[in-house]
Structures are given as C-alpha cells and as structure tokens.
Design a protein around this ligand. Sequence first.
Ligand code: ATP
Length: 510
Amino acid sequence: MNYTDVFQKVISHAKEYGFIFQSSEIYDGLGAVYDYGPLGVALKRNIENHWWNTMTLAYDSIVGIDAAILMAPQVWKASGHVDAFNDPLIDNKDSKKRYRADTLIEEYIEKQYNKATKEADKKAQKEGWPKDSAEYQLFWQNHRATKKADEVRQKLKTALDNNDMQALRDLIDECEIACPISGTRNWTEVRQFNLMFKTQLGSVAEEATELYLRPETAQGIFVNFLNVYKTSRLKIPFGIAQVGKAFRNEIVARQFIFRMREFEQMEMQFFIKPGTQEEWFEFWKNERMQWHRNLGITTHRLRFKPHDKLAHYADAAVDIEFEFPFGFKEVEGIHSRTDFDLRQHQAYSGKKMQYFDPETQESYIPYVIETSVGLDRLVLLHLCEGYMEEEAPTATGGTEIRTVLRLHPQLAPIKVAFLPLVKRDNLPDIALQLAKQVKHEIPTEFDDKDTIGRRYRRQDARGTPFCVTIDNETVTDATVTVRNRDTMLQERISTSYLKEYLMNKLKGIS
Ligand code: ATP
C-alpha cells in the first residue's frame, strides 16, 4: 500500500472503529468540527497526559494552569489578534471554492522542489551518484524548478511581510496556479479575513459585550503571569503549561482533523532572562523534537522548518513538521516571542508585568520561548504513522491482509485484550478473573465473540499491543498465551507472573 493512500484509509478506519466522527453527523455534519468516539478520546487523552506529564513532571520548573476560554476583549487587542490574525483568502469564480492564497503558492513551491528531486534522483541513478554527493546537490540546486521555487518563495515572503495582497494575486498569476477543482484561473482578488469567532457576553443585546472565542491558549498564560509567578515562588527560568480548546474560523478546512475550526492546543510558555533567548530557543527546539521521536515516529518523517515569515511577536521561529500522506506539514511551532506579549499587556492593562531578580536586584519583563503543539494534529499523526495493511498468516496456513494500527503502546487506547479461546470450559470466567487483576492499572478489554483469528485482527485494527489468550491448557497448567501485535509472536506465560510480565512490557511506556 502506498503511503499517499493512507489518508483516506485512516479517515474510514477512524470512523469504523469509533475513533473520530463528524460533528452533528445526523444533521449532515458541521464543517471542520469533529467528535471523538471511545477509542479516539482514549488515544487523545493518552497523548495529552504524556505531554502534560513530560512538561509538569519531567522538568523541575514548569507548572500548569487551566485558563478560561472566554477572556476580556482587550486581551485580543493587546495581543495583536484583532488587527493581525488574518489569512489572505481568494475564491475561484468557477468552482466557487475558497482558498488561502499563501497556501496555493506554497503548494506550487513544494511541487517545484519535488520535480527537481525526482529528476535529480533519475540522473543520479543513471550516473551512479550517491544522494549525498556534490554532483547530486549541484544538479538539484541548478535545476530550473529549484531556481523557480527559490524565486517564488522569496516573492511570497516579501508579499506576506508587506501584507501586500496585490503581490500575492500577481504571484498566483505568474505561477499560473489553477483551481484544483475547476482547473481554471478565474480568480477573485485576494482579501484579508480575520479568523476569530465572535460571541456576546450579557443577556440584553444593547448592553452585551462582544467577546472572542480564544484563537490560541497562550494569552491565558500571559495574563496569568503575575498570578503564577507571585503564588508559586518560581525563579526565572520557569514555564507555564496549558492544554485547552482554541477556535479559528479557518478558510480552508478540508483535511479531516488536520485543520479544524475547534481544536485543542498544548502550549508551554517558558519565561527567561532577556538576552538568553537564542540558547533557550535551541534547547526547546531539540527537546521537543526528541519528545516526538521518543514516541517512535519514523525519523525521516520529522523535520524542522524555519518560518519564512516571522509573526509580529517573534524574533525566531521554527516548525516541527511531520510527513503526512499529503505532504510535510506543521505539527508544532517553537517561537521565540521576545517580551512582546507581556509588554503589550503591561501597556494595555497598566499593570507592571515584571520579574524581580533577587540575585541581581534588577526588574525586567521576561522574554518567552513558546512550544505550541496541536493535540488533534498529533492524533492524526499517530493514526497515519501507525496505520498499516500487511500480509499475515492464517490459522489454516494461508495468508491474508491484516490492518494494524501500530500505535506506540503508551498511546494505545487499549493495552491488553483478554480472549477466551472458546466460550465453554469456564474459559470466559478465567479470562475475566485475569483481566480483573490488571484492569485498574492497565486499560483492558474482554472479547469472546467470533474465532480467535478474527478477534486478533479486531485488536490489531484497534491498536491493542497485547492479546492474552486463555485456552484449555490454562485450566490444567495455569499458563496463557501472550501475543504481540507487531511481531505476532506468542509467548506462553504463567498466570501468576502475567501481571508482572505485562507491567514490565509496558514499563516506561505506560
Ligand atoms: P497553520 O500554519 O497550520 O495554520 P499555525 O502556524 O497557524 O498553523 P500556530 O498558531 O503556531 O499554528 O498553532 C500551534 C499549533 O496548533 C499548530 O502547530 C497546530 O498543531 C495546531 N493548530 C493550529 N491551527 C489548527 C487547526 N485549525 N486545527 C488543528 N490544529 C491546529
């Protein structure tokens, strides 16, 4: 199976096995809003807990908060979101489809680089050049498509830096970008569109205050900076972590849970002394990449991508990208936010957002390094990374295709399934007894329907790392079979040792 096909497979699999459903599906759904089913919420919580524990337990100086979604409207004025949280949008007049102008251009750039890589690979094969050879590099760099991509990238950056909508429109013409649906180049002008959802506080319309649903969780941390610093007696450098919902009225939301209008972010703001931002930026960049790698993601599917355009608050920024079946895309941003946010809140609220250093006796507004990762996007990442269709032996000696979700055991919604081989000879009761011994510590499931082969396949598809099979030998010698999802190998284990065995297998990862 080709990796590019995995995306459609994951979407159907997620629905079939109760990971993710379209919101309000019985009313034909709500665009880019999704609900998590029983397995999905378990997977999402496991990712969230792992992140939370890493941040608040593994590091000495990071504490958590949980700020409200609704905040005073001045927050979004101060943060710059009212004026600058815009995306450039463009419509195709024939298909009536709406796009982000910058995304259309970025996709064009990516296509050019891919074209150059394909031809460089072909040439290298013919000439016998290794991929890391100078000849290969030179061929790639001098390729017409690479040069064009470099040039367009530079023009895109300038247009975005200058907020120049006409320049974006011209670039779309220059690159002859056509609508993927209608195939025409009959475009409207490019316009700015603010992504924040508005709502009202108060019962009487005239007296109501207009509020925004927060488009990021970070501001909840900044406005609580003084509260946390004063009550927790932390010394700089220290961090504040938060997991919570964010809302963005995204223009283009066609990629399942990759881009949603309601989603969850896991953000950590690390407060540091001004002047130390470069070193802390490097530190967090590497820590975060390692965190993703530790969850078993294929190394070549993760990469850093520096931002072409820095946000209004940042002096450095890098994305961690994952190679989804539809290309490399951002999953996490690491931003050096300077003292922008605290300084702005100081100016707008009139409160001193300062830290007093007891050693040097000086007061200053701290600088901030932010790590910001999308929880839903991580769910999608792990589903794409884990989804596989592969040949597996059948009980009768043949082969069949099995669908397996190779989720990291720590993230798997169910860790162990207890399966009595047959429904008689007291085997279901023994299975339930054994499950009872571990179910408070390890998420388990009991299944006695269908043949054992079908039950293994069902657990493979749900991502369960271990299946414990209870058979007639269990009755005579108190042993069970433990089957490993990934290797499909089976081990005979004594029931008295089973709990310890499973805990050991999951130790450090559960
Ligand atoms: P993108 O360029 O994909 O729109 P962004 O740069 O606007 O993302 P940030 O504001 O840096 O994203 O948000 C941090 C993280 O939040 C992203 O890396 C992503 O994982 C997640 N995120 C942002 N927007 C969405 C969304 N609409 N749906 C799901 N996750 C999102």
